[in-house]
Design a protein around this ligand. Structure first.
Ligand code: AMP
Length: 460
């Protein structure tokens, strides 16, 4: 998963981009980067590390210009290296010319790359963003206008992409026909155009008017103004509707973001309420969410149950997202460091413990152990998503099918291995009830119904 950001028309473009990227840090913590144009040269800085580390005041001072695109990354396609970080920058004979950053994964990356390589296009990385950039550049080299180059790209590639593309004096935004990942843009009171993966970044930058980049849409921003280019209806031929990632609402996005027509926190509260509706008569002493991702699910559950939410688990905020750590050993270590229990809080209590998802089962087993050791008498575990049976091919980092705990043991065995008294996931039907337009979502990680065929051996 990653986050993108674009700024056009501010003398402080780099600083604004850094603030926006900081608001999107939850979307990727391995590396970050920014390409900034002063109208003559596009300068690039990208490094492993967090936004605040990579973009100090000194670093930002070396990125003058009024146009910036930025990216925070955690790896799904290509390993966690500086090479695979984004944005990608393409130098032309007259100096650096184009830069691109994207969020999402392509399902036909390998075949499109092979096609380009057959035309002597050379790649520096294994990252989708570079493929998008080189494809556009090749089209332009063949004489196509940028819009046509992007249109051609969108006809060729399949998958999720919320992308920003910069020339020295123009900013382009484009998004896949299924609009799988979020992407919202708007203008500040002084007319600066900002685009971000999540609206929480637009809040930080005081962007007032805002709207989502349309599915299959292309938006061009330059000194003449903003042009929203018609969607290409052909792209919809076999699909017919949006397929937003439901997991963005369940877990990935910040609760203060708004996208896919919903406030993220409100969807989470609804999920909680629907879980509680199924628990009439349970009569817990307290309801404890796994912070921070499950706080709003917990609030919804508690409100419906009529029992106040208790913050019995304390999270160390300096550790980041443990799941995002690429190695299992680092993940195990991180979970131990991440959570603590309140002293004397759990003794003799019947707890409803709420988490957003179980993937490998690592996190929750350790949390339950902690709570048991703290003296809880009963633990009833409620999960804000259905069981995860299938990997995501559109930009969420899910382990292989075999590693998913739902595929390893029956539910009852997962319950007993987790050592809880009861375990329930929200049903697919209830999850669909938690959003206004259930048909416009992708639920493939739960039900295997992939809107675009997943990678096969040759496409992996
Ligand atoms: P696991 O320990 O593998 O079962 O991971 C489940 C926990 O990681 C959940 O509590 C989520 O908060 C979080 N999580 C689930 N899916 C993801 C993901 N794709 N990326 C990052 N974190 C995730």
């Amino acid at each position: 998963m990653c986050g993108i950001l674009g700024v056009f028309g501010s003398p402080e473009a780099a600083r604004m981009a850094a603030l926006g990227m900081f608001a999107e840090q939850h979307r990727g913590q391995e590396s970050c980067g920014m390409a900034v144009s002063d109208g003559r040269v596009i300068r690039l800085r990208k490094k492993m590390g967090l936004v605040k580390e990579v973009f100090s005041d000194e670093a930002l001072a070396e990125l003058p210009g009024s146009l910036a695109i930025g990216h925070v990354r955690y790896p799904t396609k290509g390993s966690a290296t500086a090479w695979n970080s984004q944005p990608h920058l393409l130098e032309t004979l007259s100096g650096p010319g184009f830069a691109l950053a994207s969020n999402g994964d392509l399902v036909n990356y390998s075949s499109v790359r092979a096609k380009l390589e057959a035309q002597n296009v050379y790649f520096n990385s294994d990252n989708d963003g570079e493929l998008l950039l080189r494809y556009i550049a090749l089209q332009m080299q063949e004489g196509h206008e940028i819009i046509d180059a992007i249109r051609s790209l969108m006809r060729e590639i399949k998958g999720a992409y919320s992308s920003v593309f910069a020339t020295r004096d123009e900013l382009y935004m484009f998004r896949d026909p299924l609009s799988i990942r979020p992407m919202t843009w708007g203008k500040t009171a002084s007319g600066v155009v900002v685009v971000a993966s999540e609206s929480c970044a637009l809040d930080t930058l005081d962007v007032q008017e805002r709207q989502e980049v349309p599915a299959a849409g292309i938006i061009r921003v330059n000194s003449k103004g903003i042009t929203i280019i018609e969607n290409d209806p052909d792209l919809y031929r076999n699909i017919g509707s949006d397929r937003h990632c439901i997991f963005e609402h369940i877990y990935f996005s910040r609760p203060d973001s708004h996208h896919f027509g919903e406030d993220v926190f409100a969807v989470r509260q609804k999920i909680g309420a629907l879980l509680a509706a199924d628990d009439a008569g349970l009569d817990p002493d307290c309801i404890v969410p796994v912070p921070d991702s499950s706080n709003f699910i917990g609030l919804g559950y508690a409100a419906r149950m009529g029992v106040p939410l208790s913050l019995g688990l304390i999270r160390n905020h300096y550790i980041g997202r443990t799941f995002i750590k690429p190695e299992q050993t680092i993940r195990d270590e991180s979970v131990r460091q991440k959570f603590n229990v309140l002293p004397h809080f759990f003794e003799g209590k019947k707890i409803v413990l709420i988490d957003d998802s179980i993937v490998r089962g690592t996190t929750i087993r350790k949390i339950v152990k902690l709570i048991k050791a703290a003296g809880a008498s009963e633990i009833h575990l409620r999960i804000g998503s259905p069981q995860v049976f299938h990997p995501c091919y559109y930009g969420i980092d899910t382990p292989s099918t075999a590693e998913l705990v739902a595929n390893r043991y029956p539910l009852e065995e997962i319950r007993s291995r987790t050592e809880v008294d009861s375990l329930k996931h929200i049903s697919m039907a209830d999850l669909r009830n938690a959003v206004q337009n259930p048909e416009s979502y992708c639920y493939a990680c739960f039900n295997g119904d992939y809107p675009l065929p997943p990678k096969t051996g040759s496409e992996a």
